[in-house]
Design a protein around this ligand. Structure first.
Ligand SMILES: [Zn+2]
Ligand SMILES: [Zn+2]
Length: 255
């Protein structure tokens, strides 16, 4: 069984990633409207009915804003921590809720899904690693700072999707109000390019075949800067690094 994955888009205006093994397809986060989600799924050859489950990282709108409507309309089970579940609308069907523990791996069809807690300014945020028993995909967006636990979870992955939120100089010189600058750059905010570089440098990269920058700020970063940071860490050419764009995400990749 092969694991493949595609991004429907990534950034502060909405996130969504699909992971597939055989007939199991799990969508990680949905920050898009229903119509937009359908369009973005169609781009990778899917419809909502192809989704086995949705897994949620945290309650921020760019990750959870589209989850309830999509799940309810198509009766898709939603896996999330108790802290995130508090943010589901009151009329959300309890039968579709699957509470997860942020330290316990679960099986969804043919896919092993491993949540792990991360420092971020949300109630009970997690990120995920996915495995088919051989290939492992690790995803971290919305990470305030690097923890040893995150390093352990992302080590040995075949594919990595890593937040490169901002360039610290662009953020500080940019138009955000001081309070927002501080929030973004804090230990419970978002990873900047140099922290992302440091994270990748800390990892066991012996099996790494895909390295993708995600959740880039359109205001405070550029794809070229993010690529440069990750390429430096991985000792590779800049153009080997993928970028998950806000508008277009990225096409299927075989892990
Ligand atoms: Zn986010
Ligand atoms: Zn967030």
């Amino acid at each position: 069984m092969a694991l493949r994955f595609a991004s429907l888009g990534s950034g502060s205006s909405g996130n969504g990633l699909v992971v597939e093994v055989a007939n199991t397809r799990v969508m990680m986060d949905c920050g898009f409207t229903l119509a937009d989600t359908k369009e973005r799924l169609a781009r990778v050859g899917l419809t909502p009915r192809d989704l086995t489950a949705i897994v949620v990282t945290h309650e921020h709108d760019d990750h959870m804003g589209g989850v309830a409507r999509l799940a309810k309309r198509y009766a898709i089970p939603v896996y999330l921590t108790r802290g995130s579940a508090q943010w589901l609308p009151e009329d959300f069907p309890a039968v579709l809720v699957r509470l997860i523990d942020s330290h316990t791996a679960i099986a969804i069809g043919d896919l092993s899904v491993e949540p792990f807690p991360v420092p971020h300014d949300a109630r009970e945020p997690v990120q995920f690693a996915f495995s088919d028993g051989d290939a492992r995909l690790g995803v971290v967006t919305d990470l305030g700072c690097i923890t040893q636990h995150v390093v352990d979870k992302l080590s040995g992955c075949r594919a990595l999707v890593i937040e490169c939120n901002h360039d610290i100089d662009m953020l500080m010189a940019g138009p955000y109000p001081p309070s927002l600058k501080q929030r973004v750059a804090s230990r419970f905010g978002h990873l900047d390019n140099s922290a992302a570089r440091h994270l990748v440098e800390c990892l066991d990269r012996s099996r790494l075949r895909h390295l993708i920058a995600a959740h880039l700020s359109q205001q405070n970063n550029t794809p070229a800067l993010a690529r440069r940071a990750l390429a430096t860490a991985a000792c590779c050419e800049d153009d080997w690094i993928g970028v998950a764009g806000q508008a277009d995400g990225f096409a299927w990749r075989d892990a």
